[in-house]
Design a protein around this ligand. Structure first.
Ligand code: BGC
Length: 250
């Protein structure tokens, strides 16, 4: 029987979960999605995660992505979720709501883990930077496949602005930007990161990576830039993988 895991992706706009086939990183079931509650307080979000997990006949550990800095299961920032999350232990709150063991990590780090294991970053040596373009901009840094957790390059300040507010997919939607105008902002962003960190490869994830052909060819960079292979499912897959690795006492 295939090894299975369960991942939930908590985002600024939606909360999605599915059973994951850990051999290939693909989803083993349909994905179930609920809109992120507003306000997105810990209790409201944990109840939605429980609703999502409850759609499946799942009894094992749950890997949970979170759109903020996560250290030892605790949210340390909250750019795109309710600020009452700061200092909240995600693993405890979601664990209590679901009745299952929970492992929580930053959403971009989770997506990156999946890309290293099954996707576009597999066996790529040197520095790989995964950038997820969603409600915010998430980043994950890997050196020779090892994660440097909780990088927050989405908040790089350029031209006096927190650049996630200019170049995320959320900004594109909010301002109704055509692809070429948005690509100019992405150009500014990726050029700045390239000049500071000199990666071997950029991988672009998030829902909009499905339409990579609309904007990636417009970018002129020295670094190769490719869409995430697991696209928007990478977070779910990476979180499920990580949760399945954590040893626990029965
Ligand atoms: C947060 C990051 C997160 C990213 C994508 C940013 O606003 O600070 O922690 O990875 O959004 O959700």
């Amino acid at each position: 029987m295939a090894a299975l895991g369960f991942g939930v992706d908590i985002g600024g706009s939606g909360i999605k979960g599915a059973v994951v086939d850990l051999a290939v990183g693909g989803l083993a079931t349909e994905r179930y999605k609920v809109l992120t509650p507003r306000p997105s307080t810990p209790k409201a979000v944990a109840d939605v995660v429980a609703e999502v997990v409850g759609q499946f006949d799942w009894e094992g550990p749950v890997g949970c992505t979170f759109p903020a800095v996560v250290r030892d299961g605790v949210a340390r920032t909250a750019a795109n979720v309710d600020s009452s999350w700061i200092g909240t232990n995600i693993e405890q709150v979601v664990g209590a709501a679901t009745g299952l063991p929970v492992v929580a990590l930053n959403d971009a780090d989770a997506a990156g883990i999946a890309e290293v294991r099954w996707g576009a970053a597999k066996n790529v040596p040197g520095l790989v930077i995964v950038v997820t373009l969603g409600t915010g901009i998430g980043t994950a840094l890997f050196h020779n496949g090892a994660l440097v957790p909780n990088s927050e390059l989405g908040h790089l300040e350029l031209d006096g602005e927190d650049y996630e507010r200019k170049a995320s997919a959320g900004a594109r939607d909010r301002e109704d930007l055509p692809w070429d105008k948005w690509a100019k902002r992405l150009q500014r962003y990726f050029s700045a990161i390239e000049a500071l960190l000199w990666p071997e490869l950029f991988i672009v994830g998030g829902g909009v990576s499905r339409r990579a052909e609309k904007f990636l060819p417009l970018l002129e960079l020295n670094t190769p830039i490719v869409p995430a292979k697991l696209q928007n499912e990478a977070g779910i897959a990476g979180a499920a993988y990580l949760a399945a690795q954590v040893p626990r006492v029965a």
